[in-house]
Design a protein around this ligand. Structure first.
Ligand code: C5P
Length: 302
């Protein structure tokens, strides 16, 4: 029995890809990926209220998030996630969804996917279903390649199209020293169209075979210098060539003293690793107010 008026609020975290290897094109048109994904503490707030009426959604934005980049509410991934949950579990109730967005839109930070993942996890709790996380992740894969990783919610290795996800330390718990990293995310205020970026991919630089091992072990030991050495994104060259504003943003982060700079996902956001919080604040000061940026931390590894 679902009670109308119950409310749940989820902080839907953005993600960064510390590594993103593109292994080849698949017959279905997608690309085979291997990526280490970590959530960061830049969030959209997703509030869900159960109703007996049809599902409806409203969106508000923080300064710096461009509301005009949000398409129609009906096609929004969060709205589609709610409809999928209703249909899949034959739920005879609706939900009022409100999303307050802080994650830049179309920025390679998984904002839309995070909102959809938040709706899936939130409705699972609100409608008191308590389905296994793996089942919710599989449902999320129907919506988009980044959704399963964000339903998982921890540091993960993502493979296949994005649907094969496992915790980075599933077989081997992370030690207490695993504190995560400070980083500055910057966004030039443009959007990179993900399908176009993947279409432009022509092989390019292949990652070293030890990439996964090196990045995993630098996360395990919180060794940010080693992580900076291991950063890799197979889409970066294509994006920097086609979107000079993104390449310029990366150059600004480098000039401001980041240890290592990388394109996040398919762009347009770029992030730079900092030694610690104080170093991150110094980078932030150097960037000044002309460029949208935010100092964040990767979330504890779960
Ligand atoms: O899965 P999602 O809808 O997020 O993907 C957006 C687009 O990115 C796809 O339509 C496809 O063009 C590209 N993509 C890809 N290979 C992946 C993930 C995404 O080619 N593994």
């Amino acid at each position: 029995m679902i009670r109308a008026g119950s409310v749940i609020t989820i902080e839907a975290r953005a993600k960064i890809n510390l590594t993103l290897e593109i292994l080849g094109k698949r017959p279905d048109g997608y690309h085979e990926l291997r990526s280490i994904v970590m959530p960061v503490n830049l969030t959209d707030t997703v509030s869900l209220t159960s109703t007996y009426a049809q599902t409806a959604m409203t969106i508000t934005v923080s300064p710096g998030v461009d509301l005009t980049k949000i398409g129609s509410v009906d096609k929004n991934l969060a709205m589609r996630a709610a409809r999928l949950m209703q249909e899949h579990y034959r739920i005879n109730a609706g939900a009022r969804i409100h999303i307050h967005k802080r994650i830049p839109i179309g920025g390679g930070l998984g904002g839309g996917s995070a909102d959809a993942a938040g709706v899936i996890r939130g409705l699972d709790a609100l409608w008191e279903m308590r389905r296994p996380r793996e089942e919710l992740m599989a449902l999320g894969a129907e919506l988009g390649s980044d959704v399963p990783a964000l339903v998982h919610g921890g540091a993960v290795l993502m493979e296949g199209r994005g649907e094969r996800v496992r915790g980075l330390f599933d077989d081997d718990a992370p030690p207490a020293s695993c504190e995560g990293f400070w980083l500055v995310i910057a966004n030039p205020g443009i959007m990179c169209a993900t399908p176009d970026v993947f279409k432009k991919w022509r092989g390019g630089l292949t990652a070293s075979p030890s990439l996964l091992h090196n990045m995993t072990s630098s996360i395990r030991t919180s060794d940010v210098s080693a992580a900076a050495e291991a950063l890799h994104n197979g889409l970066q060259t294509a994006v920097y060539d086609d979107y000079p504003a993104v390449a310029q943003t990366a150059a600004q982060l480098e000039k401001a003293g980041c240890l290592g700079v990388l394109l996040s996902g398919s762009g347009a956001s770029v992030f730079g690793l900092a030694r610690n919080e104080a170093h991150g604040q110094e980078i932030s000061r150097k960037l000044g107010s002309g460029l949208w940026h935010v100092l964040v931390q990767t979330c504890p590894v779960v």
